[in-house]
Design a binder for this molecule. Structure first.
Ligand SMILES: [Ca+2]
Length: 145
């Protein structure tokens, strides 16, 4: 009986070690503020005080999107196109969020990018209210927020 008990304890430890190894081996999840895991979020004004829209993938045209989350805040229901003031990146796949002034998949007019797990709360004035599309990219050498 004593031997059996000891074996159970040892295999329990092995299971714990195995699950710890799995956690370490998983791709790191990067959480930006006020943005659900896996999403690339934009805000009408500040990250914590305005309405939000969350993108799960690239989007070639912000003209058909609205700030449809946290809509009781400033900017709720407004179009996303030319109204982005802040951005947060909670990518779980390590994707950078790249924003452009152009509409369409030719990705014209690069504006700025946000690294996984990073954010920009109020873009510099010259970059505010200009984003029209979002492209998810893997790690680039471009200097992002
Ligand atoms: Ca769209």
């Amino acid at each position: 009986m004593r031997t059996r008990t000891r074996l159970a304890a040892v295999s329990g430890l092995a299971a714990m070690a195995a699950s710890a190894g799995l956690l370490l081996g998983a791709a790191p999840a990067s959480a930006g503020p006020n943005c659900a895991s896996g999403y690339h979020c934009v805000y009408y004004l500040g990250i914590n005080d305005s309405a939000r829209h969350s993108y799960f993938d690239s989007d070639t045209d912000f003209r058909n999107d609205t700030f449809n989350q946290l809509t009781s805040r400033t900017g709720g229901g407004q179009t996303v196109h030319n109204n982005v003031a802040s951005a947060s990146n909670s990518s779980t796949g390590g994707y950078e969020s790249h924003y452009y002034t152009g509409v369409g998949s030719d990705w014209e007019g690069f504006l700025f990018c946000v690294n996984p797990g990073s954010h920009v709360d109020y873009l510099p004035g010259s970059l505010q209210n200009r984003a029209s599309s979002l492209r998810l990219r893997g790690t680039t050498s471009i200097n992002c927020f």
